[in-house]
Ligand binder design. Structure first.
Ligand code: GLN
Length: 570
């Protein structure tokens, strides 16, 4: 008997799913599920299409969340070099996730969590843990049903919260890839489990333009849909990425060969900015088609006024400024995705266009620094790990401090500011972070106590949202306008409080402190137009509707600093 209960707890049976749907228990919203797959090529922008659709549904009063499945074996992207997949995005609950989750939050203005990003590695890890625990009672553990059931469980988890009308699941990679097969199969099964009107498949493809023939080509899309149908999935809606408009007769042709009505062939033309995409999708009636197909009656007028205002300001800035972003991974701009987007949000809030000059930190040596700072109105020293380029970052802090150029240091950037101040103001020769130099005489940045026994990588840093108490009368207090904030973290090292008094006496203000652990979270220098370093990552919380106050005030300070130059140049 006990065994029977156990088995039922493990396998997601059709009966259980129907029970969840019918009872409404724990699921007052009775979520419907949308799957977004991609074909022809990667990097078509599934994340932006999913975010745009969710935005449109949200604008009609529906609550949505978006989840991403990544087919790689890493348990999460936390251990990946940013050159592999770009930035690692951190959620409030401390999950290290794919950068697409950043888009989801920036578009929807609602937080995501660990449940919103699942990799093949995590699915296998969960199944193998259960197997070792004996949960499968001697059964042979297989891809079908055990892996697919675990995937289904991870999709349904979000629906079961009862918070969402719609759960959108983006399946990473391309259809036909060996590694995404279990995800596709699980989605196929869920359609069978939940029924027609509760699930929907959107397939994103490319319609390439052959310049030599002067023609758009539909064949790759036909093949991609054929591959998807070999897995038992008929897409309900096709979203076609294209450089040129899709004529109606081409939509008809795609519809005919791919077995969808021509209204369900959606043109997704290359946009000027990602923030245009929701409105372009609205013009194509993507949201209406989705609601119709899911049998959701909704005649609410879309409330997109804030979004439209944002776009208007984005496209008609009153001034332009240039900020230098000094980092180790600048060759791949996706490595700093959230910072780049935060600049856009903060620029719009100030009606300013923020040009970002990406500067590799290694190039910031004393011989070139003057030249590299030419034309910069402010600098941001980026987060990072390891030795490479660290001295360049420290040089940049020194230059910004001495020449009174607005400066924002994030995480490692803040730590560089502490090291620079130690070396050049306090005279602590060779002061360093324990991360870069474990034998320094002055470890002004030290390994956190809680990290000393940590030997494994992945999910072991100080991660996620922590409170920070801000001292009244400081610049940080003016920026945030309150005394207690929550920001997200991703680090192992900290300001070494053994030096706290020395720094404070020399004029560095430690304006933000964690109320529980007493870790220094914000430092600032008075008598400077703007010199702020933060141990946390304000960029993770910046959204279109709620830009990071720190970025907004930094850009304002950069602008104020640049005004005399702007005036002189006109
Ligand atoms: N490497 C530093 C630490 O682990 C900074 C991390 C970061 O910039 N995210 O503390």
């Amino acid at each position: 008997m006990q065994d029977k209960i156990k088995i039922e707890a493990i396998f997601v049976s059709r009966n259980q799913i129907m029970k969840i749907l019918m009872s409404g228990k724990g699921n007052p919203k009775k979520s419907k599920y949308i799957f977004v797959t991609g074909g022809v090529t990667s990097s078509l922008g599934k994340g932006i299409i999913a975010s745009s659709l969710a935005k449109l549904l949200q604008a009609r009063g529906l609550s949505c969340t978006i989840q991403k499945f990544d087919p790689y074996i890493n348990i999460d992207p936390g251990t990946l070099n940013p050159y592999e997949h770009g930035e690692c995005y951190v959620t409030n609950d401390g999950a290290e996730t794919d950068l697409d989750l950043g888009h989801y939050e920036r578009f929807l203005n609602t937080p995501t969590s660990q449940s919103n990003n699942i990799t093949t590695g995590r699915i296998y890890h969960n199944v193998i843990t259960k197997e070792r625990r004996g949960d499968y009672l001697g059964k042979t553990v297989q891809v079908v049903p055990h892996i697919t059931d675990e995937i289904k469980r991870n999709i349904l988890i979000l629906g079961e919260t009862g918070k969402f009308d719609i759960v959108i699941t983006e399946i990473g990679g391309c259809v036909g890839d060996i590694e995404s097969l279990p995800f596709i199969e699980a989605a196929r099964q869920l359609k069978w489990d939940l029924g027609e009107k509760n699930t929907l498949f959107i397939h994103l493809t490319l319609i390439p333009y052959l310049a030599s023939a002067g023609e758009l080509k539909t064949k790759p899309t036909q093949h991609s849909v054929k591959t998807l149908s070999e897995s038992g999935i008929q897409p309900d809606i096709l979203v076609c990425r294209t450089e040129h408009p899709l004529p109606q007769e081409m939509k008809r042709k795609i519809g005919l060969f791919c077995n969808v009505t021509e209204q369900d062939v959606i043109e997704a033309r290359d946009a000027e900015t990602i923030y245009d995409v929701p409105l372009l999708m609205k013009e194509e009636r993507l949201d209406s088609r989705v609601l119709y197909k899911l049998d959701i009656y909704n005649d609410t007028d879309s409330n997109l006024s804030t979004w439209k205002k944002f776009l208007e300001k984005l496209k008609s800035p009153k001034f332009e400024i240039t900020v230098g972003l000094i980092g180790k991974y600048v060759e791949l701009k996706d490595s700093y995705k959230s910072i780049a987007e935060s600049f856009i949000h903060a620029g719009v809030a100030n009606e300013i266009k923020v040009n970002v000059k990406w500067i590799p930190s290694e190039t910031m040596d004393v011989d070139h620094i003057e030249e590299l700072f030419q034309g910069l109105d402010g600098v941001l020293v980026a987060p990072g790990f390891g030795e490479r380029g660290i001295e360049g970052k420290i040089n940049a802090v020194k230059y910004a401090r001495e020449n009174k150029i607005p400066f924002l240091g994030i995480c490692l950037g803040m730590q560089c500011a502490v090291i620079e101040f130690g070396r050049n103001v306090l005279g602590l020769e060779g002061a360093h972070s324990f991360e870069m130099n474990p034998v320094t005489a002055y470890p002004v940045i030290d390994l956190m106590e809680s990290q000393k026994d940590v030997s494994t990588k992945g999910g072991t840093m100080r991660l996620g949202a922590y409170p920070c108490k801000i001292e009244k009368g400081t610049l940080a207090h003016k920026i945030y306008g309150k005394s207690l904030i929550q920001e997200r973290h991703r680090h192992r090292y900290e300001f070494n409080n053994a030096y706290l008094k020395q720094y404070q006496e020399a004029g560095m203000v430690t304006s933000g402190i964690n109320p529980d652990s007493h870790l220094v979270e914000i430092i600032e220098l008075p008598n400077h137009p703007f010199f702020v370093g933060v141990q946390f990552h304000p960029e993770y919380k910046s959204t279109v509707e709620s830009p990071s106050p720190l970025f907004v005030q930094f850009i304002k300070a950069v602008y104020q600093h640049a005004v005399p130059f702007i005036k002189n140049s006109k």
